[in-house]
Ligand binder design. Structure first.
Ligand code: NAP
Length: 251
């Protein structure tokens, strides 16, 4: 797909933009005037969302060095990077943890965020007002039973993000961590490896956040004046007060 980026239009790159929070974020940033570059592995979905918001779809696997390099090479300018690609696999106890699941969570969430941030950092600096906005999770703030692998990965994402903020002090790049609680997306379907009944049960009787709620927050953060850095946001549904404390209504 050919697409020309004008010199004056800021560019936002969104990873994991083929569904959920990433797709909603691409739409929200396009609506406030960004040229949006969308990355993910499922190119058919990515292209559909890119077409909806006038953005550019580029295949991206954040776990693959070559894929990240090829992706970054096609991004001429980057004003905002939204590190959103990620997710959880499994709810096993530590005693029964599946090492492959942990490896996947670490690679996608932690090393994926690192790879893409490294690849685009010089362009963020060159923009003169760059922003890195990373989607963490309540799992980064609060360990919970069955969450150890995802907790460990998102705690690491939070550490990376907060260290990046420290290391970029004095550079024209802002850094923000947005930590949502329960959001109704394909997140639980992925976590339960395609078991729709288990995924649906997570949201039963609850009014969770929507992908659009989180996207709205990303858009708000991105549109603050250049001297304002929103460092961290924890956002939860009214029906949720901590990782596993949720109010459920009778059907
Ligand atoms: P989702 O609908 O499953 O979206 C996950 C996105 O990540 C998809 O677009 C997926 O695209 C992408 N992705 C996965 N592996 C990738 C890889 N190797 N390379 C590139 N992209 C990859 O779930 P979501 O809720 O929107 O999740 C978005 C972010 O929010 C994640 O970081 C998640 O941990 C975080 N989060 C979610 C919730 C929640 O309750 N939903 C709460 C807190 C935080 P492809 O499969 O096409 O590659």
């Amino acid at each position: 797909m050919s697409h020309t980026i004008s010199a004056s239009t800021p560019v936002a790159v969104v990873t994991g933009a083929s569904s959920g929070i990433g797709a909603a974020t691409a739409r929200a940033l396009a609506a406030v005037g960004y040229d949006v570059v969308l990355g993910a592995r499922r190119v058919d979905k990515l292209e559909r969302i890119a077409a909806e918001c006038g953005g550019r779809a580029i295949p991206l696997d954040v776990t693959d060095d070559d894929s990240v390099a090829a992706f970054a090479a096609q991004v001429e300018r980057c004003d905002v990077l939204v590190n959103n690609a990620g997710g959880a696999l499994g709810t096993d106890s530590v005693a029964e943890a599946d090492l492959d699941d942990w490896q996947w969570m670490y690679d996608v969430n932690v090393l994926g965020t690192l790879r893409v941030t490294q690849a685009l950092l010089s362009k963020l600096v060159d923009s003169g007002d760059g922003q890195v906005i990373t989607i963490g999770s309540i799992a980064a703030r609060e360990p919970y039973k069955g969450g150890a692998g995802y907790n460990a990965a998102k705690h690491a994402v939070a550490a990376l993000t907060r260290v990046l903020r420290l290391e970029l002090l004095g550079q024209p790049v802002r850094v923000c961590e947005i930590d949502p609680g329960m959001v109704h997306t394909d997140f639980s379907l992925v976590r339960f490896k395609g078991d729709q009944a288990k995924a649906d049960a997570v949201y039963e009787g609850v009014e969770p956040l929507t992908a659009e709620d989180v996207a709205d927050t990303v858009s708000w953060v991105a549109t603050r004046p250049p001297h304002v850095n929103i460092d961290q946001i924890l956002m939860l549904a009214r029906d949720q007060t901590s990782a596993q404390v949720v109010h459920r209504r009778e059907a």
